[in-house]
Design a protein around this ligand. Sequence first.
Ligand code: SAM
Length: 292
Amino acid sequence: MDPQRPSRTAEGAAALRVWHTLLDDPPHVFDDSIVRSMLSGPTRLVLHSPPSMVRNAIRAREALQPELAALRGQVVLRSRFAEDALDAALAAGCEQVVILAAGLDTTAQRRPELARSGAIFEVDHPATQAWKRERLPPDLGEAVRFVAMDFEREALDTRLAEAGLRSDVPMFVNWLGCTYYLEPAAVTATFEALGRIAAPGSEIVLDHWLPEPGLNWRPRLLLAGVRFAVALQREPLRCLLTAGELAQHAAAGGWQVAEQLDAKAQRERWLAGRSDTLSLPDFAHVTRLVRA
Ligand SMILES: C[S@@+](CC[C@H](N)C(=O)[O-])C[C@H]1O[C@@H](n2cnc3c(N)ncnc32)[C@H](O)[C@@H]1O
């Protein structure tokens, strides 16, 4: 990442979540309309509910070329996966929530009571976090515990402990939209750091993308397009992992796979029976890990 500049992919992912609520049919897989207020002016300007003629034209296009719908789908399905897991963790009594590579994540806005209780920690690259903090309502800006750091350079466990994270009670970690932008060594280091500070029963939910070999031409083409686009934004893809490789990286930190959904399983769970064109690329996997 460019250390001086907020992450463009963070705003892109947030815009796709809003676009899902404007273009796709209810029920929405993940409703993050609230993030709209944090988007930059130009992005907000183009995000409007399309008139039905335009909607139909977009859908006709997406039926032939599902790539844009697939990018939107991978952003909202990963968030839905994390949200369901967070609901379950909170119901089971979890008291600490860590949002890694938070970008414009809105957990704090959607769960203000949790944020006000001091339970939410947000970790992100300094430039992205500073940019997000300017956009947060002041009371939440005070309540969330922020950690500004670069995963490639600093020790996450030390920084989280300094911010008040307890290692004697379980934590829930949301780590979405990030593994593919890090060097493989930084992915392992993150699992190791979380492993050092995690009480038994802690969980991590994350997504990862499969490498090109093994994918058919359509997701391969999409991945090539994404690779090009994010490199232009100075956030190049650095770490594509098979499910087995992800499990190995995680095991280095003492994390075990509790749930791993490939694209087919996610489509069956969240896209079956939908009347719109929302889809998901084959390379998008989501995983829930636990610390025994
Ligand atoms: C695509 S955004 C994902 C944001 C959010 N989690 C979501 O799902 O919308 C990628 C995030 O990873 C963060 N990131 C990328 N490389 C990083 C690094 N080396 N250290 C800290 N954060 C990093 C960016 O700042 C950005 O917030």
